[in-house]
Design a protein around this ligand. Sequence first.
Ligand code: SF4
Length: 378
Amino acid sequence: MKVEAVVNKSFHDWFLQFKGLNIEIFFKDVTDKDITDVLSAKEKSIEQFLTLLSPIAEKYLEDMAQTANKLTVQNFGKTIHLYTPIYISNYCVNNCIYCGFNLNSKIKRKKLTLEEVAEEAKFIGSTGLRHILVLTGESREETPLPYIKDCIKILKKKFTSISIEIYALKGREYEELIKIGVDGLTIYQEVYDKHIYDQVHLSGPKKDYLFRLEAPERALSKGMRCANIGALLGLNDWRKEVFMLGIHAKYLQDNFTDAEISISIPRIRKNASRFEPVCDVTDINVAQIVVALRIFLPRVGITLSTRESPEFRENLIPLGITRISAGSTTVVGGHTIYEGGGKSPEQFEILDERGVNEIKVMLESKGYQPVLKDWVSL
Ligand code: SF4
């Protein structure tokens, strides 16, 4: 596989070279020796990354896991960063067919008042967490930028690191948020295959594939400290999606060398949309994804959410995970305010309901140091 260098190209323009790549044909030629060669190579090429995602590589999962574990400890020590999400609104104008917040879902809609944001912040702060992820559904009308900024100013009093997972913004809007203390952007492309993207995003501004794809570049070029990207596993053949996700992270890491780049690998979970995954992604597949990403990108962070069960999360930690959520809820006001009623207002089902202390105790018992704070913006 011949890969062109990135010379003044956006990720989209650079990745077009892989459009004609037929990974099924590529996988047919992968041999056992190719896998062992990748494991002993010093730096892994893009072609070698794809080799690690091949069906035949599953046979070498144990060897890959050992290499991945070594690289993780070498680059991150035995540390795991903890954060929690705070949902401030579930209003959404998009029709993503896989999400319980989509505009057609008959769920109870809510947007927190600033007093409620302060209440949630006080509770989350009392758990010791100092990193927070602020989420909304995507509605510029219900949650305009000035409202989000007001919420950030309140959260800034309790948290040293604030990431956002909201609608894709223009570069100057990211700049405004960075100025008031936002240091991280989480934005998932959901599915890199453009055709499937169009089929699962029926309407709304999120239908603009390119505007979303280039959001991390816009934010990082304005000085965002961290970018966390992801693909929603279950919408397409996971091997194709993880390949694109991995090279997207590599592109960002190579082009924004001061930034922290991380990856999330959420699997579709039960939610009010009743959407069923189109493609199976088993636990073994997720383990292969984590180790392949770690071996290809030793310095990239890998986040695992509470969509996964407690046992599975614990098993994946040594393979390359660097960040997990704790004390999570996907309900607006779910930490302190929500009292039930109406159809489930969860964005998706949570499988690991443990609180911050339980997660800390679990990590320590496994010889890991839970990190609650590693960044203070000056
Ligand atoms: S995935 Fe995001 S944008 Fe799509 S419906 Fe859900 S909340 Fe809205």
